[in-house]
Design a binder for this molecule. Structure first.
Ligand SMILES: NC(=O)c1ccc[n+]([C@@H]2O[C@H](COP(=O)([O-])OP(=O)(O)OC[C@H]3O[C@@H](n4cnc5c(N)ncnc54)[C@H](O)[C@@H]3O)[C@@H](O)[C@H]2O)c1
Length: 353
């Protein structure tokens, strides 16, 4: 039986990953350490609690609480750490950079250090510390530029969020370089799917269409993002854990690039097809708002390394997966209500909407 310590497992990607591990590897158990910030939702893991009572345990706590993290390592035989916990929303990092530094940098350091302290060196060959990071650490490509970020591209983060993730990446890498500690880093593109806190573009747009509210888009809407289905991302992460090399970095993307306005138009079309309204009915709610400073234009990553070394490939089913995602948000009212209070407060303060 392998024990995975998952941090941030009540968030969007972490909850999908826990489900993926439990469904696909019967000799595994999960400890989920999550502070339940505004982005952590117990409803994201409610089915997991019900379906796997013997293989899943939730620990409410903060990764920056060193005493607690040490207690977890002393009381459990942790085999692998999969570190998702983070402050993850770029816009919020402009409002409160300190919180991003605390969770994303200090929290990562405490986890790395504690794992290093508790794991005996002769066991490191079978241990893994998987640090989950982002393409935003690389900074921005120009529009139309052909180059892609490889794992060797320099890090040039342009927001406090991206800077905190880049700092955490470098720390994780330093643990491999300095101690040969078994760290692997992954950097993924934008994820989409069910259970994503609706401050992020796709769920925000879908739910605002449902409520017939403004669809706010930064600048001219031409910023390009590469989208990956969260379930594809989770498959890639498990493949990296099983077949990736320690000390290495792996880029993971869905190879599905769209500019924001094209994506929002697609969402208008899908929501229209699932309701009795027309696409144009929703499009009139599109409102271009003042761009944020340092808004990256485009990230495109070369993902040949993860594909060659692990055999994983993205499913490239964008329209089908996006339609499934829209259906999920339109039919999960209880989940939506559970996010609503803190979301409305923040949206009013941030966007003046
Ligand atoms: N969502 C994306 O598109 C994307 C893309 C690339 C990388 N990432 C990275 O993947 C990871 C997961 O992202 P997500 O979208 O699932 O984030 P999320 O915001 O949905 O979830 C974050 C989770 O971490 C928990 N958390 C926050 N601070 C904590 C703390 N101090 N201690 C313990 N738990 C804490 C929250 O309660 C929440 O459950 C992050 O590290 C993020 O940087 C996300």
């Amino acid at each position: 039986m392998k024990t995975y310590l998952i941090t941030g497992g009540c968030g969007f990607i972490g909850s999908h990953f826990i489900r993926h591990v439990l469904e696909n590897s019967s000799y595994s158990s999960i400890l989920n350490l999550d502070a339940l910030t505004y982005a952590g939702n117990p409803l994201n893991v409610i089915d997991i609690e019900e379906n796997y009572p013997d293989r899943y345990k939730f620990i409410k706590g903060d990764i920056t609480d060193e005493k607690l993290v040490k207690e977890i390592f002393s009381q459990n035989e942790v085999d692998q750490v999969i570190h998702f916990a983070a402050e993850s929303h770029v816009d919020r990092s402009f409002d409160d950079p300190m919180q991003f530094m605390k969770t994303n940098v200090l929290g990562t350091t405490i986890l790395l250090n504690t794992a290093k302290e508790f794991w005996q060196k002769d066991e490191w060959i079978s241990k893994r510390f998987l640090h989950i990071s982002t393409d935003e650490a690389y900074g921005s490509l120009s529009l139309g530029e052909d180059d892609k970020f490889t794992e060797n591209s320099p890090l040039k983060p342009r927001s406090p969020y991206a800077a905190s993730k880049a700092a955490a990446d470098l720390l994780a890498q330093s643990y491999f370089e300095s101690f040969e500690f078994p760290v692997i880093i992954t950097r993924s593109s934008n994820n989409f799917g069910a259970n994503q806190y609706p401050e992020k573009l796709i769920p925000l747009m879908i739910l605002n269409m449902k409520k017939e509210k403004t669809l706010p888009i930064y600048g001219n809407g031409l910023n390009i993002r590469d989208w990956i289905n969260v379930k594809d991302h989770c498959k890639a992460l498990l493949a990296v854990l099983e077949k990736g090399q320690v000390g290495e970095i792996y880029n993971i993307s869905g190879e599905q690039e769209f500019d924001n306005i094209t994506l929002v138009n697609m969402l208008c079309e899908i929501v229209a097809s699932l309701t009795s309204k027309t696409k144009d009915h929703f499009k009139r709610y599109i409102t271009f708002i003042k761009d944020r400073p340092g808004h990256d234009l485009r990230y495109t990553m070369d993902c040949s390394k993860v594909q060659n070394e692990t055999g994983w490939k993205p499913s490239n089913n964008f329209m089908k997966d996006l339609t499934g995602t829209v259906q999920w948000y339109l039919t999960h009212d209880e989940w939506v209500r559970s996010c609503e209070f803190s979301l409305q407060k923040w949206m009013r303060a941030h966007y003046d909407l």
